[in-house]
Design a protein around this ligand. Structure first.
Ligand SMILES: *Cc1c(COP(=O)(O)O)cnc(C)c1O
Length: 393
């Protein structure tokens, strides 16, 4: 099938809820994807941060292939070694937590929202979330997402959510009352434009939650699994949350989500309170274990921090050449380039020139390469972006 044939299939049979670029991708390796017209594209936004260690990492591929011949899926009526092992690996890297497995970021957040209500004293039902945050598209996660254009057509949304400006401690203090069950934020707002939480803000959330018997939830769906140069975004701060949620890079391309909670909090999620049929799926857990092992064997946390600094420096150098760039921000390999004008045209011109990046909130280019990206791949990406910016006035 050629590109037009595939697009025709979509037009006729696939719900058109995504704005897609007119390319058919059929192969990926490391930081490259390949379309069916023979183009090789440098991918600086692999799988929307899902392919955190690059496309088709050999270790992940092998783990899935091996497991596929043994057991594809086992329901949670029984125990499986893989689910236990993955939970142990996660726990050892984050506050000795216990995990609940599901299949996506939104599901991980739904689990966290439910756990917060069941764990906190009776009568507590409110959730404080931040403007510009993003937590997913299911009803609870959508209500948690304080971006009116994402929920305005779906009223009434799930009640109980209170929105405050990000990084505003006074607003947070004001929003707190004894009905608040949880505060949920991203350590770095991703979809909201790579906005980094301040250390003071993180500390204030922790203190207010402690004082008010509320739980602190960090949505690490995008910041987790090493992207920022540490296993989890919260590890850049002097705080420990009660719950973190994970998905995206956790499975290296396999669909998996997880909610990890401190053991005393996790204990509230007793049989009958929550479940997921696919949660802890064998293939997904095998992939997750392989991802963690690959990150450690290949020193990818260090690489994300080091190459992240290198990329940020190069992008900052572009800023002095191109006035359309306002500033560059982020941590590790989670970088945002704030523009003074819309970025959609830049994204499509980059693609025409063999580079895939993303634009969010209309004016923030997201640059989130795989953690094993090479220096010369960063050089190439920045060169393409540089040329595109030269030709846009
Ligand atoms: C992508 C994302 C989600 C939603 O994940 P899905 O797998 O699409 O449900 C939630 N929170 C954050 C921070 C995300 O980046």
């Amino acid at each position: 099938m050629n590109t037009q044939d595939v697009i025709k299939l979509f037009d006729q049979y696939v719900i058109a809820n995504y704005g897609r670029l007119p390319r058919v991708i059929d192969r990926g390796q490391g930081s490259y994807i390949y379309d069916t017209d023979g183009n090789k594209i440098l991918d600086m936004f692999p799988g929307w941060a899902v392919s955190g260690i690059g496309h088709c990492h050999p270790k992940v591929v092998k783990a899935i292939q091996t497991q596929a011949g043994k057991l594809l899926h086992m329901d949670n009526t029984f125990y499986t070694e893989l689910q236990g092992k993955l939970a142990k690996l996660l726990s050892e890297r984050a506050f000795g937590g216990k995990s609940f497995f599901c299949n996506s970021g939104a599901e991980a957040n739904e689990a966290a929202l439910k756990l917060a209500r069941i764990h906190t004293p009776k009568g507590k039902y409110k959730y404080i979330t931040t403007l510009g945050g993003f937590h997913g598209r299911t009803f609870g996660a959508m209500a948690a997402t304080a971006q009116p254009k994402k929920f305005e057509n779906f009223q009434p949304v799930v009640p109980g959510f209170v929105y405050v400006p990000f990084n505003d401690i006074a607003a947070l203090e004001k929003a707190f009352d004894d009905e608040v069950a949880a505060v949920m934020i991203e350590p770095i707002q991703g979809e909201g434009g790579i906005n980094v939480a301040s250390p003071e803000y993180m500390k204030a959330i922790r203190q207010l939650c402690d004082k008010n018997q509320a739980v602190m939830i960090l949505d690490e769906v995008q910041t987790g699994m090493g992207r920022t140069g540490k296993w989890f975004g919260y590890q850049h701060y002097d705080v420990v949350p009660d719950i973190i949620t994970l998905a995206k890079a956790l499975g290296g391309g396999a669909a998996i989500g997880a909610m990890m909670a401190k053991p005393n909090v996790a204990a509230s999620l007793v049989p009958g309170t929550h479940a997921s049929t696919f949660g802890g799926n064998c293939l997904a857990c095998a992939a997750g274990i392989a991802v963690i092992e690959a990150i450690e064997e290949e020193n990818l946390l260090e690489n994300a921090a080091k190459i992240g600094r290198y990329a940020a420096d190069k992008l900052n150098a572009l800023k002095s050449k191109h006035t359309i760039i306002d500033y560059v921000r982020g941590k590790g390999l989670m970088l945002g380039i704030q523009l003074k004008a819309a970025g959609a045209d830049i994204v499509s011109k980059c693609l025409e020139n063999g580079l895939r990046i993303n634009c969010t909130q209309d004016i923030v280019l997201r640059f989130m390469p795989a953690m094993n990206v090479a220096k010369d791949e960063i050089d190439k990406a920045v060169d393409i972006l540089d040329n595109v910016l030269n030709n846009i006035s």
